[in-house]
Design a protein around this ligand. Structure first.
Ligand SMILES: [Zn+2]
Length: 403
């Protein structure tokens, strides 16, 4: 297959592609065979590697009709979910997870990392549904999971050990919900110990609120630095409080994150909706300092987070929708330069085997967007896309039959 006169954003170009305005690309046997400067300089679209969604919650999606939206109150949402979760069967989880995977796949997503609520030492029912889903989608959609446990649970060494063992057995990532906890550094230290002991990567929900004294991100960066090169790969999601801290303090934390090699993930939909006062139009936006993070040397990602649940009652698994919202709300310009935040940056955060850069030899898992320049990227017509998986255009019947 040949693709002609497509713009490839700079951050997505593999080595040696140079500075052409557009490229002609040949695909062969499921891979990119060649990438050459286009003969016709009239740009016909934008080529990106398939997006990677670094942070979702497919164990609670589509439940807002049952649970109700917790307008602006994260902890109310957590409480309501807690009551309902016990009533959900494996089949109930499985149906909702499958719906998410189908939509992500149709939209071109190649990998998806979900958090699974894991409030007690025993593995949640959702894990079985997830493992079946991961098996069904193997080779099409790479699925990863993170255990999402309140940090305080790790104060109990036995409980923490049980969780870490189960996560390792199921091939997952260890996680925790961190927000202004008592003895925060000590408890985080336990989580790092468990990760090292069991060879697990880490992924935190950290500082998801607008209290300026929520400084979990800083503590995680310091711990990561202290553990050195033998420490785990660390992803931090949310970091909302960074947006309301004094600029100098935030910069200092981001510099620590950069030297720690932390992967920062922002979740615009949920945090724009959930954070901020609900008695009037909120001025605080809830989204973390993405431009400052990039300036400090981090490679931040944008991800979907909640879809139609108590935390965020709207949304979908079209990561390019989230990208568009992030561009507008966090002033990410030029937008074309930020496509990294849904492709190469999350690929690094998830430790994927392909970094998402397009070059001869890379997988032909690509998305052609109709947008001919960055100004059309947020336009519904510009965002119209052709999804290519393993060198074949994903046709409507593939979509219906998948997996
Ligand atoms: Zn989340």
């Amino acid at each position: 297959m040949k693709l002609q006169a497509l713009h490839i954003p700079r951050g997505l170009r593999g080595q040696g592609l140079g500075e052409a305005q557009a490229y002609d690309i040949t695909l062969d046997d499921g891979r990119v065979a060649s990438v050459e400067p286009a003969r016709d300089s009239h740009v016909r679209g934008t080529l990106i590697s398939c997006p990677v969604d670094a942070h979702v919650h497919i164990d609670k999606n589509y439940t807002v009709r049952d649970v109700g939206p917790a307008n602006g109150n994260l902890f109310a949402a957590i409480g309501r979910m807690e009551e309902k979760r016990a009533l959900w069967s494996v089949e109930h989880f499985a149906q909702r997870m499958e719906r998410a995977a189908q939509q992500a796949w149709r939209c071109g997503t190649r990998a998806l990392r979900t958090h699974l609520d894991w409030p007690r030492p025993e593995a949640p029912r959702s894990l079985l549904a997830f493992e079946q889903l991961r098996e069904r989608w193997r080779g099409r959609l790479e699925l990863q999971f993170v255990s999402l446990t309140p940090l305080d649970v790790f104060a109990d060494a036995e409980a923490g050990g049980r969780i870490a063992r189960a996560v390792r057995q199921s091939g997952g990532v260890l996680g925790a919900f961190v927000y202004r906890n008592e003895g925060l550094v000590h408890k985080l230290g336990r989580v790092f110990d468990l990760a090292q002991e069991h060879g697990l990567a880490l992924d935190f929900h950290v500082d998801e609120g607008l209290d300026a004294d929520a400084t979990g991100l800083r503590a995680i960066a310091q711990l990561t630095i202290a553990r050195g090169s033998s420490g785990p790969r660390v992803v931090c999601g949310h970091a909302c409080s960074l947006s309301v801290q004094p600029a100098a303090q935030a910069q200092d934390t981001l510099a620590l994150c950069a030297s720690a090699g932390i992967h920062l993930v922002a979740l615009p939909t949920t945090n724009l909706y959930l954070q901020g006062a609900w008695d009037a139009t909120p001025v605080p936006r809830g989204i973390t300092r993405l431009r400052e993070a990039a300036a400090a040397g981090l490679r931040p990602a944008l991800a979907t987070d909640n879809v139609q649940d108590a935390f965020y009652p709207y949304g979908s698994y079209d990561l390019l929708e989230t990208f568009g919202l992030g561009v507008q709300m966090a002033h990410l310009a030029p937008a074309g330069d930020w496509l990294d935040a849904v492709t190469t940056h999350p690929a690094a955060a998830l430790g994927l085997s392909w970094d998402g850069r397009i070059a001869p030899g890379c997988p032909a898992d690509l998305v052609v967007l109709a947008a001919t320049d960055e100004y059309e990227l947020l336009d519904p017509e510009g965002r119209a896309r052709t999804v290519i998986r393993a060198g074949r255009v994903l046709q409507q019947q593939d979509k219906e039959q998948a997996p």
